[in-house]
Design a protein around this ligand. Structure first.
Ligand SMILES: Cc1ncc(COP(=O)(O)O)c(C=O)c1O
Length: 376
Protein backbone atom coordinates (compact mmCIF):
# COMPACT_ATOMS: atom_id res chain seq x y z
CA UNK A 1 0.00 0.00 0.00
CA UNK A 2 1.37 3.44 -0.90
CA UNK A 3 1.94 5.79 2.02
CA UNK A 4 0.89 9.45 1.82
CA UNK A 5 2.89 11.76 4.09
CA UNK A 6 2.25 15.06 2.28
CA UNK A 7 -0.86 16.40 4.01
CA UNK A 8 0.42 19.99 4.12
CA UNK A 9 0.25 19.95 0.30
CA UNK A 10 -3.33 18.76 0.37
CA UNK A 11 -5.56 16.39 2.31
CA UNK A 12 -8.01 13.73 1.12
CA UNK A 13 -11.68 14.67 1.22
CA UNK A 14 -13.21 13.42 4.48
CA UNK A 15 -16.06 11.01 3.51
CA UNK A 16 -18.36 12.93 5.89
CA UNK A 17 -17.54 16.13 3.97
CA UNK A 18 -18.30 14.38 0.69
CA UNK A 19 -21.67 13.27 2.11
CA UNK A 20 -22.47 16.85 3.06
CA UNK A 21 -21.58 18.03 -0.46
CA UNK A 22 -23.30 15.35 -2.54
CA UNK A 23 -26.87 16.67 -2.22
CA UNK A 24 -25.66 20.04 -3.56
CA UNK A 25 -24.14 18.39 -6.63
CA UNK A 26 -27.12 16.23 -7.45
CA UNK A 27 -30.00 18.21 -5.92
CA UNK A 28 -30.46 21.94 -5.12
CA UNK A 29 -28.85 23.86 -7.95
CA UNK A 30 -30.18 27.37 -7.52
CA UNK A 31 -28.05 30.48 -7.85
CA UNK A 32 -27.68 31.99 -4.38
CA UNK A 33 -28.34 35.45 -5.86
CA UNK A 34 -31.78 34.44 -7.16
CA UNK A 35 -34.73 35.53 -5.05
CA UNK A 36 -36.97 32.50 -5.74
CA UNK A 37 -37.04 29.35 -3.62
CA UNK A 38 -34.20 27.69 -5.55
CA UNK A 39 -31.98 30.67 -4.90
CA UNK A 40 -33.03 30.90 -1.28
CA UNK A 41 -32.13 27.24 -0.67
CA UNK A 42 -28.63 27.86 -2.06
CA UNK A 43 -28.30 31.07 -0.02
CA UNK A 44 -29.32 29.27 3.18
CA UNK A 45 -26.70 26.57 2.60
CA UNK A 46 -23.98 29.17 1.99
CA UNK A 47 -24.92 31.15 5.09
CA UNK A 48 -24.89 27.97 7.20
CA UNK A 49 -21.39 27.18 5.91
CA UNK A 50 -20.30 30.74 6.69
CA UNK A 51 -21.32 30.19 10.32
CA UNK A 52 -19.36 26.89 10.42
CA UNK A 53 -16.20 28.47 8.98
CA UNK A 54 -16.43 31.44 11.33
CA UNK A 55 -16.92 29.13 14.32
CA UNK A 56 -13.66 27.26 13.66
CA UNK A 57 -11.70 30.46 14.32
CA UNK A 58 -14.07 32.23 16.73
CA UNK A 59 -14.98 34.87 14.12
CA UNK A 60 -18.26 36.53 13.22
CA UNK A 61 -20.01 35.04 10.18
CA UNK A 62 -20.19 38.58 8.76
CA UNK A 63 -16.35 38.64 8.68
CA UNK A 64 -16.11 35.63 6.30
CA UNK A 65 -15.97 36.03 2.50
CA UNK A 66 -15.68 32.90 0.37
CA UNK A 67 -13.03 32.78 -2.37
CA UNK A 68 -11.50 30.14 -4.65
CA UNK A 69 -8.78 29.38 -2.08
CA UNK A 70 -5.99 30.97 -0.10
CA UNK A 71 -4.02 32.11 -3.15
CA UNK A 72 -6.95 34.30 -4.13
CA UNK A 73 -7.52 35.38 -0.51
CA UNK A 74 -3.89 36.44 -0.09
CA UNK A 75 -3.95 38.33 -3.39
CA UNK A 76 -7.20 40.04 -2.43
CA UNK A 77 -5.74 41.06 0.93
CA UNK A 78 -2.46 42.46 -0.38
CA UNK A 79 -3.77 44.04 -3.57
CA UNK A 80 -7.10 45.11 -2.08
CA UNK A 81 -5.35 46.99 0.74
CA UNK A 82 -2.87 48.77 -1.50
CA UNK A 83 -4.72 49.51 -4.73
CA UNK A 84 -5.68 53.13 -5.29
CA UNK A 85 -3.69 54.38 -2.29
CA UNK A 86 -0.65 56.58 -2.12
CA UNK A 87 2.19 54.03 -1.85
CA UNK A 88 3.97 53.62 1.47
CA UNK A 89 5.51 50.36 2.72
CA UNK A 90 4.40 46.76 2.79
CA UNK A 91 6.11 44.11 4.97
CA UNK A 92 5.94 40.31 4.73
CA UNK A 93 7.74 37.47 6.52
CA UNK A 94 10.77 36.01 4.73
CA UNK A 95 9.26 32.52 5.01
CA UNK A 96 5.76 33.34 3.67
CA UNK A 97 4.00 31.23 1.04
CA UNK A 98 4.50 32.37 -2.59
CA UNK A 99 0.87 33.56 -2.64
CA UNK A 100 1.92 36.35 -0.25
CA UNK A 101 5.43 36.80 -1.50
CA UNK A 102 4.48 37.19 -5.17
CA UNK A 103 1.43 39.33 -4.44
CA UNK A 104 3.56 41.65 -2.28
CA UNK A 105 6.41 41.82 -4.78
CA UNK A 106 3.92 42.74 -7.54
CA UNK A 107 3.27 45.99 -5.65
CA UNK A 108 6.77 47.31 -6.34
CA UNK A 109 5.67 48.18 -9.89
CA UNK A 110 2.98 50.38 -8.29
CA UNK A 111 5.50 52.36 -6.26
CA UNK A 112 5.25 50.49 -2.97
CA UNK A 113 8.28 49.87 -0.77
CA UNK A 114 8.26 46.10 -0.24
CA UNK A 115 10.37 44.67 2.59
CA UNK A 116 10.78 41.24 4.13
CA UNK A 117 10.46 40.72 7.88
CA UNK A 118 13.60 38.91 9.08
CA UNK A 119 13.10 35.36 10.34
CA UNK A 120 15.76 33.72 12.50
CA UNK A 121 17.36 30.25 12.21
CA UNK A 122 14.66 28.84 14.50
CA UNK A 123 11.97 30.00 12.04
CA UNK A 124 10.71 32.76 14.35
CA UNK A 125 10.40 36.51 13.78
CA UNK A 126 13.56 38.44 14.66
CA UNK A 127 11.68 40.66 17.12
CA UNK A 128 14.23 43.47 17.67
CA UNK A 129 14.69 43.82 13.90
CA UNK A 130 10.91 43.84 13.35
CA UNK A 131 10.40 46.45 16.05
CA UNK A 132 12.91 48.77 14.38
CA UNK A 133 11.56 48.07 10.90
CA UNK A 134 7.90 48.60 11.73
CA UNK A 135 8.52 51.90 13.51
CA UNK A 136 10.73 53.31 10.72
CA UNK A 137 7.97 55.11 8.80
CA UNK A 138 4.47 54.54 7.49
CA UNK A 139 3.43 50.94 6.73
CA UNK A 140 0.10 49.99 5.11
CA UNK A 141 0.11 46.26 5.79
CA UNK A 142 2.31 43.58 7.34
CA UNK A 143 1.71 39.89 6.56
CA UNK A 144 2.85 36.92 8.63
CA UNK A 145 1.75 33.31 8.58
CA UNK A 146 0.51 31.65 11.76
CA UNK A 147 2.15 28.31 10.93
CA UNK A 148 4.70 27.67 8.22
CA UNK A 149 3.77 25.16 5.52
CA UNK A 150 7.30 23.67 5.34
CA UNK A 151 8.74 23.71 8.86
CA UNK A 152 5.43 23.91 10.75
CA UNK A 153 6.93 26.66 12.96
CA UNK A 154 4.21 28.65 14.74
CA UNK A 155 4.59 32.44 15.04
CA UNK A 156 3.47 34.59 17.95
CA UNK A 157 1.01 36.57 15.83
CA UNK A 158 -0.46 38.46 18.78
CA UNK A 159 2.97 39.92 19.54
CA UNK A 160 3.48 40.88 15.90
CA UNK A 161 -0.01 42.42 15.79
CA UNK A 162 0.84 44.78 18.66
CA UNK A 163 3.90 46.08 16.80
CA UNK A 164 2.05 46.32 13.48
CA UNK A 165 -0.83 48.23 15.02
CA UNK A 166 1.53 50.54 16.92
CA UNK A 167 2.95 51.44 13.49
CA UNK A 168 -0.58 52.33 12.32
CA UNK A 169 -0.62 49.42 9.86
CA UNK A 170 -3.02 46.56 9.19
CA UNK A 171 -2.07 42.95 9.94
CA UNK A 172 -2.83 40.05 7.58
CA UNK A 173 -2.37 36.46 8.78
CA UNK A 174 -2.16 33.43 6.48
CA UNK A 175 -3.66 30.78 8.75
CA UNK A 176 -4.00 28.09 6.07
CA UNK A 177 -1.71 25.55 7.71
CA UNK A 178 -2.80 26.29 11.26
CA UNK A 179 -6.53 25.79 10.70
CA UNK A 180 -7.64 22.38 11.88
CA UNK A 181 -4.20 21.64 13.34
CA UNK A 182 -4.11 24.20 16.12
CA UNK A 183 -6.87 25.83 18.15
CA UNK A 184 -6.73 29.62 17.72
CA UNK A 185 -9.08 32.52 17.27
CA UNK A 186 -9.15 35.32 14.71
CA UNK A 187 -9.41 37.86 17.55
CA UNK A 188 -6.52 36.42 19.61
CA UNK A 189 -4.09 36.63 16.70
CA UNK A 190 -4.80 40.35 16.48
CA UNK A 191 -5.25 40.01 12.73
CA UNK A 192 -7.33 42.46 10.71
CA UNK A 193 -7.48 39.98 7.84
CA UNK A 194 -6.91 36.23 7.75
CA UNK A 195 -7.05 33.54 5.06
CA UNK A 196 -8.11 29.89 5.18
CA UNK A 197 -8.24 27.09 2.59
CA UNK A 198 -10.58 24.07 2.63
CA UNK A 199 -8.31 21.49 1.00
CA UNK A 200 -5.75 21.67 3.81
CA UNK A 201 -8.34 20.50 6.34
CA UNK A 202 -10.09 17.56 4.60
CA UNK A 203 -12.39 19.79 2.54
CA UNK A 204 -12.58 20.20 -1.25
CA UNK A 205 -10.02 21.98 -3.40
CA UNK A 206 -10.78 25.35 -4.96
CA UNK A 207 -12.55 27.02 -2.04
CA UNK A 208 -11.25 29.17 0.80
CA UNK A 209 -12.05 32.31 2.71
CA UNK A 210 -10.77 35.75 3.54
CA UNK A 211 -11.79 36.99 6.98
CA UNK A 212 -11.94 40.75 7.20
CA UNK A 213 -12.64 42.91 10.26
CA UNK A 214 -15.39 45.48 9.72
CA UNK A 215 -13.03 48.49 10.00
CA UNK A 216 -10.88 47.33 7.05
CA UNK A 217 -11.40 48.99 3.65
CA UNK A 218 -10.59 46.58 0.86
CA UNK A 219 -10.82 47.11 -2.91
CA UNK A 220 -12.31 44.16 -4.76
CA UNK A 221 -10.15 42.38 -7.29
CA UNK A 222 -13.03 40.55 -9.00
CA UNK A 223 -15.62 42.97 -10.31
CA UNK A 224 -18.94 41.43 -11.21
CA UNK A 225 -22.23 40.74 -9.55
CA UNK A 226 -21.14 42.06 -6.16
CA UNK A 227 -21.30 38.71 -4.39
CA UNK A 228 -19.65 38.23 -0.99
CA UNK A 229 -20.55 41.74 0.14
CA UNK A 230 -18.98 43.22 -2.97
CA UNK A 231 -15.56 41.75 -2.18
CA UNK A 232 -15.62 38.93 -4.69
CA UNK A 233 -17.90 38.87 -7.72
CA UNK A 234 -18.88 35.52 -9.22
CA UNK A 235 -21.55 32.89 -8.60
CA UNK A 236 -20.67 31.02 -5.40
CA UNK A 237 -19.30 27.47 -5.65
CA UNK A 238 -22.21 26.05 -3.67
CA UNK A 239 -21.19 22.41 -3.08
CA UNK A 240 -17.58 23.36 -2.34
CA UNK A 241 -18.65 26.01 0.17
CA UNK A 242 -20.95 23.50 1.87
CA UNK A 243 -18.00 21.07 2.02
CA UNK A 244 -15.72 23.75 3.44
CA UNK A 245 -18.26 24.44 6.19
CA UNK A 246 -18.60 20.74 7.02
CA UNK A 247 -14.80 20.33 7.12
CA UNK A 248 -14.49 23.28 9.51
CA UNK A 249 -17.17 21.89 11.81
CA UNK A 250 -15.36 18.53 11.95
CA UNK A 251 -12.01 20.22 12.50
CA UNK A 252 -13.39 22.26 15.40
CA UNK A 253 -14.79 19.12 17.05
CA UNK A 254 -11.75 16.91 16.43
CA UNK A 255 -8.70 19.18 16.61
CA UNK A 256 -7.86 18.07 20.17
CA UNK A 257 -7.75 14.38 19.31
CA UNK A 258 -5.90 15.07 16.06
CA UNK A 259 -3.17 16.95 17.94
CA UNK A 260 -2.86 14.20 20.56
CA UNK A 261 -2.43 11.53 17.87
CA UNK A 262 -0.02 13.59 15.73
CA UNK A 263 2.10 14.39 18.77
CA UNK A 264 2.58 10.65 19.41
CA UNK A 265 3.35 9.95 15.76
CA UNK A 266 5.75 12.88 15.37
CA UNK A 267 7.58 11.85 18.53
CA UNK A 268 7.93 8.36 17.04
CA UNK A 269 9.13 9.83 13.73
CA UNK A 270 11.62 12.28 15.24
CA UNK A 271 12.97 9.72 17.73
CA UNK A 272 13.66 7.48 14.73
CA UNK A 273 15.21 10.35 12.77
CA UNK A 274 17.50 11.31 15.64
CA UNK A 275 18.77 7.73 15.73
CA UNK A 276 20.01 8.11 12.13
CA UNK A 277 23.16 10.11 11.45
CA UNK A 278 23.28 13.27 9.34
CA UNK A 279 19.73 14.49 10.02
CA UNK A 280 18.98 18.17 10.75
CA UNK A 281 15.43 18.90 11.89
CA UNK A 282 14.48 22.46 10.89
CA UNK A 283 12.72 24.58 13.48
CA UNK A 284 13.77 22.04 16.13
CA UNK A 285 13.00 23.49 19.55
CA UNK A 286 10.53 26.08 18.19
CA UNK A 287 6.78 25.72 18.66
CA UNK A 288 5.69 23.64 15.64
CA UNK A 289 2.56 22.05 14.19
CA UNK A 290 2.19 18.58 15.64
CA UNK A 291 1.83 16.99 12.18
CA UNK A 292 4.88 18.53 10.45
CA UNK A 293 8.59 17.71 10.36
CA UNK A 294 11.01 19.13 7.80
CA UNK A 295 14.57 17.89 7.90
CA UNK A 296 17.79 17.79 5.91
CA UNK A 297 19.47 14.48 5.10
CA UNK A 298 23.24 14.79 4.63
CA UNK A 299 24.46 13.34 1.35
CA UNK A 300 21.08 13.60 -0.37
CA UNK A 301 19.34 16.26 -2.40
CA UNK A 302 15.75 16.56 -1.24
CA UNK A 303 14.36 16.13 -4.78
CA UNK A 304 16.38 12.94 -5.35
CA UNK A 305 15.34 11.56 -1.97
CA UNK A 306 11.71 12.39 -2.71
CA UNK A 307 11.94 10.41 -5.97
CA UNK A 308 13.70 7.49 -4.26
CA UNK A 309 10.98 7.41 -1.60
CA UNK A 310 8.31 7.66 -4.29
CA UNK A 311 9.75 4.58 -6.00
CA UNK A 312 9.26 2.80 -2.65
CA UNK A 313 5.63 3.98 -2.53
CA UNK A 314 6.08 6.81 -0.01
CA UNK A 315 4.90 10.35 -0.88
CA UNK A 316 6.64 13.25 0.87
CA UNK A 317 7.61 16.74 -0.28
CA UNK A 318 10.96 18.45 -0.67
CA UNK A 319 9.48 21.76 0.47
CA UNK A 320 6.22 23.35 -0.47
CA UNK A 321 4.43 21.58 -3.34
CA UNK A 322 4.33 24.90 -5.20
CA UNK A 323 8.11 25.42 -5.03
CA UNK A 324 9.16 21.85 -5.74
CA UNK A 325 10.24 21.13 -9.26
CA UNK A 326 11.71 24.64 -9.63
CA UNK A 327 15.28 23.42 -9.13
CA UNK A 328 15.65 26.08 -6.44
CA UNK A 329 16.17 25.29 -2.76
CA UNK A 330 13.40 26.14 -0.32
CA UNK A 331 13.12 29.93 0.11
CA UNK A 332 11.80 29.19 3.60
CA UNK A 333 15.07 27.59 4.68
CA UNK A 334 17.13 30.24 2.91
CA UNK A 335 14.97 32.85 4.65
CA UNK A 336 15.89 31.23 8.00
CA UNK A 337 19.55 31.66 7.09
CA UNK A 338 20.41 28.06 6.14
CA UNK A 339 23.01 27.62 3.40
CA UNK A 340 21.95 26.42 -0.08
CA UNK A 341 23.38 22.88 0.33
CA UNK A 342 21.49 22.28 3.57
CA UNK A 343 18.34 23.82 2.09
CA UNK A 344 18.69 21.54 -0.97
CA UNK A 345 18.80 18.46 1.28
CA UNK A 346 15.37 19.12 2.82
CA UNK A 347 12.33 16.91 2.78
CA UNK A 348 9.03 17.50 4.54
CA UNK A 349 6.86 14.86 6.16
CA UNK A 350 3.34 15.98 7.05
CA UNK A 351 0.97 13.58 8.78
CA UNK A 352 -2.77 13.26 8.35
CA UNK A 353 -5.67 12.01 10.44
CA UNK A 354 -5.30 8.49 9.03
CA UNK A 355 -1.49 8.18 9.39
CA UNK A 356 -0.50 5.05 11.35
CA UNK A 357 2.45 3.91 13.50
CA UNK A 358 3.19 1.27 10.87
CA UNK A 359 3.49 3.94 8.15
CA UNK A 360 5.96 5.93 10.24
CA UNK A 361 7.98 2.77 10.93
CA UNK A 362 8.01 1.88 7.23
CA UNK A 363 9.12 5.42 6.33
CA UNK A 364 11.96 5.25 8.87
CA UNK A 365 13.07 1.83 7.65
CA UNK A 366 13.14 2.95 4.00
CA UNK A 367 14.93 6.19 4.88
CA UNK A 368 17.48 4.20 6.91
CA UNK A 369 18.15 1.92 3.90
CA UNK A 370 18.58 4.87 1.58
CA UNK A 371 20.99 6.50 4.06
CA UNK A 372 23.06 3.29 4.08
CA UNK A 373 23.26 3.40 0.26
CA UNK A 374 24.85 6.86 0.55
CA UNK A 375 27.28 5.68 3.22
CA UNK A 376 28.27 2.56 1.17
C1 LIG B 1 0.57 28.70 3.90
C2 LIG B 1 -0.18 28.60 2.62
N1 LIG B 1 -0.78 29.69 2.13
C3 LIG B 1 -1.47 29.65 0.97
C4 LIG B 1 -1.59 28.48 0.25
C5 LIG B 1 -2.37 28.50 -1.04
O1 LIG B 1 -3.62 27.91 -0.81
P1 LIG B 1 -4.58 27.45 -2.01
O2 LIG B 1 -4.06 26.13 -2.47
O3 LIG B 1 -5.93 27.34 -1.36
O4 LIG B 1 -4.55 28.50 -3.06
C6 LIG B 1 -0.99 27.32 0.73
C7 LIG B 1 -1.06 26.06 -0.04
O5 LIG B 1 -0.06 25.43 -0.32
C8 LIG B 1 -0.26 27.38 1.95
O6 LIG B 1 0.34 26.30 2.45
Amino acid sequence: MPIYLDHNATTPLDPRVLNAMLPYLSGPYGNASSVHRYGRAARDAIEAARVQVAALVGAEASEVSFTSGATESNNLAIKGLTEGRAPTRLLYGATEHPAILEAAESRRAHGWGVETIAIDAAGLVDWPAFQTQSSRGPVRVAALMLANNETGVIQDCARAARMVHAAGALFHVDAVQAAGKLPFSFAETGADLMCLSAHKLYGPKGVGALLVKSHVELTTQLHGGGQERGLRGGTENLAAIVGFGAACELAAAEVGQRIARWTELTTRLETGLRALSGITIFGDGSPRLSNTAQFGVAGWEGEALLMALDRKGIAVSSGSACASGTGEPSHVLLGMGWDRDTAFSAIRVSLGVATTDAEIDRFLAVLGDLRLQVAA
